[in-house]
Structure formats: C-alpha cells, structure tokens
Design a protein around this ligand. Structure first.
Ligand code: SAM
Ligand code: DTB
Ligand code: SF4
Length: 317
C-alpha cells in the first residue's frame, strides 16, 4: 500500500524553498517515470450545458446566465468519427464529459452512453468518462462496456466545497469515487485552484487525494477558467509559482499518478508550462477545446513538447 501523508507533511514539502521543492519532485518523477512521455488526452463534451447543479465555476450550470446553449446528448454515430480523429492525432486517451448531476441504470440516455462507450473502446485508446454521480450498478455497467477510467474531481478541500457547490456534497463525490474503485475502473480525480480557496484548502484537497486507497491513477490539476455569468467570473488568475508548487507536491505524494496539467493552460506561458512539466506534470488535454472553454492550439502544443524534448505517449498496441 502507498505511503500516506498528513497535512503537516504536505505543508513541509509545499513550503520548501522553490528550487529544493522542484529538485525533490523531479527526482521522484525520474524514479517512477523512466521516460519523458506526456500523455495526450482528447476531451469531448458529449452533452453540453443545462446542468441541474450549481458548481460556482461551471459554464454548464443551468442556474447561471453563461450564454452557453444547452445541447442534447450526442449519439454514438456522432461521437465515433471524433474519437477516430483523436486517435489519428496521437491521443491515447479519449475523455467524454456530460453535464449531468449523475446517471441512473436503465435510463435511455445512460444506455445510449453505454452504446457509445462500447464502440469507442474498440479503437484501442483508454476510454475515460465523466458523467457525474453514480452507484455500484452504474459503475459495473460502465466497466463492462469498456470504460478504463472515470473522472470525478473533488475539486477543493472538504471545508471549502460547500462555498462552491450546494446541490451536492463533498461526501457525495467520495461515494461516487468509492463505486468507481469497487467496479475496478481506474480513478481520475483532482481539482481546481484559483476559486478563492486558501493554501491550506489546496493542501487539504491533496491530503484527501493522496490518502485515497488505492491512490488515483490520474490527477488533473485545473486552474480556474473564469466563465462569464458564473459566481467565480471575476477571480484573479493563479500565480504560476503557486501552481508549480502544487504540482511538485502532488508529484511527491502521488508518485505513480499521471499528473495532468489541465484547464487554464491558455493563460500560462511556455516557460510556465515547462516548469510544470519539470516539477512533475506528465499529461495534458490536447485539442483546441476543453469542454466549453479554450485550450492551446494543437500545433503550439506539438512545438512546445518538441522544444522541451518531451514526447507524446505512444499507444500501448
Ligand atoms: N458533470 C460532471 C461532474 O461534475 O463531475 C462532469 C463534468 S465537470 C465539467 C468536470 C470537471 O471540470 C469539474 O469537476 C472541474 O474540475 C472542471 N471544470 C469545470 N469548469 C471549470 C472551469 N471553469 N475552470 C476549471 N476547471 C473546470
Ligand atoms: C478535468 O479535471 N478537467 C476537464 C476534465 N476533467 C473533464 C474539464 C475542464 C473543463 C474546463 C472548463 C470548460 O471547458 O468548460
Ligand atoms: Fe454540472 Fe458538472 Fe458543471 Fe457541476 S461541474 S454544473 S455537475 S457539469
């Protein structure tokens, strides 16, 4: 079983002199990741907007006037060519996101999603989905259909969560993660920084993540992209060195996880991103769009990886 870390230990890593911290995290990285690969993941929003939840950062909540047009669930026939294209572009992971509170077994939309997953999983990429809350039966069906990983973020500390979301609880998030683990799917779980939370909140989030048993295989670190119309629309951008410190600390306490430098890269410089990779990030979302927000151009990402002598992870087969 992986070693567990307390908040005090996390604070002692996080507050090291910056160069000592990234020196340490880089060594942990080299020890566990023998290569210089960066996993390229393509995101597709298969059901956009109109969500019942009130997550204060999200453009897809029906509670805020964000200007986003709600769309119905894409069919299997619509998704499949996009998944094929992602594979051709070098992605080894295809992540489908839906703006739902959760899914229920037997529901027609869930069945359509299962049909899509069955087809996409034949393409040989890792298949990740993020569909909101689920229980043991839904998790079992997703696993059986071919899902490799389920993304469900805790987003912030247990203490700060209710300041950001009131329509479900932090414990609801943990219950879904438990169902995903019991079904034998890989857990992708991380959070967002830049929502007005304190440094302690960020480290409490990390404390929860690194003490999950087993630890998540993938940890997305998102920087808030302030979305017009949401309660968090006026938040200031995260300082690059705070992001680097968090990524380095994540690498130290979750040595085997793919740490994904996720939303917010459009606000980072090339140098800032390089520092994040050096500190331990080894995965990105790749493609000009996230779910509803912008992401760097594919050509720019390719050029950056080449410049840094990093290589896109090759497919397993
Ligand atoms: N509805 C599902 C759920 O809540 O789990 C899946 C989709 S939700 C959009 C997936 C994740 O995207 C959130 O948990 C959050 O971490 C991230 N996210 C959403 N909006 C964001 C924003 N404006 N900036 C940064 N990250 C964001
Ligand atoms: C995650 O942690 N980040 C991705 C993915 N998991 C689903 C989503 C980022 C969304 C950014 C805002 C948007 O595109 O609306
Ligand atoms: Fe809905 Fe997910 Fe957005 Fe929350 S984060 S409003 S659950 S789509």
């Amino acid at each position: 079983m992986s070693k567990k870390f307390s908040l005090t230990e996390l604070q002692s890593f996080y507050n090291l002199p910056l160069f000592q911290l990234i020196d340490r995290s880089h060594h942990v990285h080299l020890e566990h990741w023998k290569d210089n690969t960066v996993q390229l993941c393509t995101l597709l929003s298969v059901k956009t907007g109109g969500c019942s939840e009130d997550c204060g950062y999200c453009s897809q909540s029906a509670r805020y006037k964000t200007g986003l047009k709600a769309e119905k669930l894409m069919s299997c026939e619509e998704v499949l060519p996009l998944a094929e294209q992602a594979r051709e572009n070098g992605s080894t992971r295809f992540c489908m996101g839906a703006a739902w509170k959760g899914v229920k077994s037997g529901d027609a939309k869930f069945n359509e999603m299962l049909r899509t997953i069955r087809e996409v999983s034949k393409l040989g990429m890792e298949v990740c989905v993020t569909l909101g809350q689920l229980g043991d039966e839904e998790a079992r069906q997703l696993k059986e259909a071919g899902v490799t990983a389920y993304n469900h973020n805790i987003d912030t500390s247990p203490e700060y969560y209710s300041k950001i979301v009131t329509t479900h609880t932090f414990d609801d998030r943990l219950n879904t993660i438990g169902a995903v683990q019991r079904a034998g799917m890989s857990v992708c779980c991380g959070g967002i920084i830049g929502m007005g939370e304190s440094e302690t909140d960020r480290l409490r989030m990390l404390e929860v993540l690194c003490n999950l048993d087993p630890q998540p295989d993938s940890v997305p670190i998102n920087c808030l992209m302030p979305m017009p119309g949401t309660p968090l629309k006026d938040q200031q951008p995260v300082d690059i060195f705070e992001l680097v410190r968090l990524i380095a600390t994540t690498r130290i306490v979750l040595p085997k996880a793919r740490v994904r430098l996720s939303a917010g890269r459009t606000h980072l410089t090339r140098e800032g991103q390089a520092l994040c990779f050096f500190a331990g990030a080894n995965s990105i979302f790749y493609g000009d769009k996230l779910l509803t927000a912008e992401n760097p151009e594919v050509n720019d990402d390719m050029a950056l990886l080449e410049e840094l002598d990093l290589v896109g992870l090759k497919p397993a087969v």
